[in-house]
Design a protein around this ligand. Sequence first.
Ligand SMILES: [Zn+2]
Length: 516
Amino acid sequence: MKKAPRALLAAVVALSIAPLSSTAQIGPHWDTIAKIREEGLQRSQVMDIAGYIVDVLGARLTNSEHMKRAQAWAKDKMEKLGLVNVAVEPFMDYGMTWDNEYFSLHLLEPDYQPMTGFPLTHTPGTNGKVACAAVIADVQTRADLAKFKGKLKGVAVLASPPLAVSQAALAQGVSRLTDEDLRKLEENVIPPAPRPTPPPPNPDVLKADEKIAFFKAEGAVAVFQCEGGRPGVVTGFARPGTKDDKDKWSREKTLDSLPIVAVTPEHYNRMVRVLKRGLPVKVEIEIRNRIGEKVGKAANVLGEIPGTDLRDEVVMIGAHFDSWHASPNASDDASGCAVALEAARILKAIGAAPRRTIRVALWGGEEQGIFGSQEYVRQHFGNPKDPKNPPTPAYEKFSAYFNQDYGAGQYRGIYLQGNEYARLLFAAWMEPFRDFGLTAVSIQSVGSTDHVAFDQAGLPGFQFIQDRIAGTAGHTNLDFLDTLSPEDLMKNAVVMAAFAYEAAVSDARIPRKLLK
Ligand SMILES: [Zn+2]
């Protein structure tokens, strides 16, 4: 296994970073990396995989009919790639399925105009086609409610303030990380101070779900909202209050709410300006949503390349398969799923024989709160900090999890997530990819995605440092295949395959930081 060039380079890398404590086999394994690079760069299928997910499967809201169809495809795809132990694995009761089946929105007055938008998830549809006046109702505090009492029957409410549309990204483009940006990331070695606890909410200020309840009680037929402020882009999530539902995403609370429609800032602002002139605005809306009848289980999709002599030890790679509902969310995170599947394809194609098992995970429930990965870690590995959920035998046998979920840009390095002991390994494993610009090792911890589920349980979980590239960054109506860069994703799949392989053949599992 130990080859002269590798050993030499490992020593050089080690000297430049930290004293090499032993002659441990830290990689890189140049002979296998050459095969991974050749397969992944000269015979890549990453865009074919991403294209199928985005163009054919479409949006993938957790616990929707769309998502079930997509997960059945993912299972079949993993089997075709030659993975074993492939399963769509349920992880928790997830409330009612919700699917938008039809949406139409038009401005009728002061002038006809088709409008761009979509309904928030877990909102009800309209009662057929509804033509109605639009009215501004900017209620923020309880005192504001009196102003609108008796004035909202049968109208569509413009509930949020108008937004300034930012042209900056259009005018200036989107810059990739510069060498200077990467240097700053590396130099930033002190963990940031914990965020101060926010002050308790002002009881006079209405919560979003309280506003909707008021509009409903007043007889409004729909609510318009607008967020994000990016030209032409509609950003929208779920009915306010869904996070607090005891029985999450319940049918009753969905039906008890109002149709809530997110629209582009330009269309929203036009309506506000006309109304502020004292002129009427009339719209026509029709929404049909399919709402399930009984609580369904959300699921993750998993598959494995079995290991050899250390097959009961596990290295994981993955991304979240679920998305918000208004577009296929190519960057968030179809791109990460395509990279993980392509990494597995590459390893199978070159006949890699990892010592540890490499497990691919396509998570569900990430967008509502990394539920899929958290439940997976809880059920499979446990957590030494949780007396009710003690570590399982698999906990010790776990090596590391590598995640992609910061858009579709190229990897430029990796965040150590506070784990100094992984620095030497990762610096060595990045060495064959200097030509990709993959150089930075940052000690910082990053959040908001599935590696956190592992990190919280004291298991090594990592997210790569990724270039910013053009696109809406997900959660919008405009995240399609066109925003993906084939070259970036080809390189990412090669790196993902290499990291999975190195972690699966190295002498030891990835060292862990001290459990806090
Ligand atoms: Zn994401």
